[in-house]
Design a protein around this ligand. Sequence first.
Ligand code: SF4
Ligand code: SF4
Length: 197
Amino acid sequence: MYYYIVMRSILSKFEYEDIFRMLDEVSPLDIDCGTLCNAACCSCAQDVLDDPEEALGIYLLPGEDKLYSHNEEWLVWDTCRARDYDFPKSWHGKVFFLTCKANCFCERELRPMQCRTFPLQPHIDEDGSLHLIYDTNELPYVCPLIEERDKYPLNEDFIKATFKAWKYLMREPKIADLIKMDSQYRIEDEDEIIIVY
Ligand code: SF4
Ligand code: SF4
């Protein structure tokens, strides 16, 4: 067995708390969008799957783990070495990987950044400008906010706060590198890029 170091981040716990607080004040729609789809994006937890190993997980951003005690009963904590996976070259050491234990249950104020930004993703275009786009990942569920986006336009304050959050997070060069790498993959793969902001 070997041990590896937690990845360093210039973002402090307090900066992450500020970002989380700002995003707690907004939501994609005025209604709970989980009522449109039975909370499809939260329904891949361990307790609802025949094989708990198939549960969808969430990678934390560098420094995001500072917000957690690591003993949250609703989460399974796992780690991987950045260099063993497709992360930017600037990422070294331990990356935290979380899986939700129970269907649709979490401490809402602690849901990770990936849950807060969905269904949007940060994207850097070929001119180097940051945008928010609809998530281009292949998902094992249907998100009405993406698939029926004309019917369910996202709240302006949600879009603006999410953009502000990513703009701030990009002060951490490792996060900027991740956004650049994912954006480059999208461009190379000719993914459908729908710019929201
Ligand atoms: S973000 Fe999409 S998939 Fe998740 S609860 Fe809202 S509508 Fe459903
Ligand atoms: S942390 Fe919360 S919001 Fe995120 S997938 Fe789990 S239950 Fe859903």
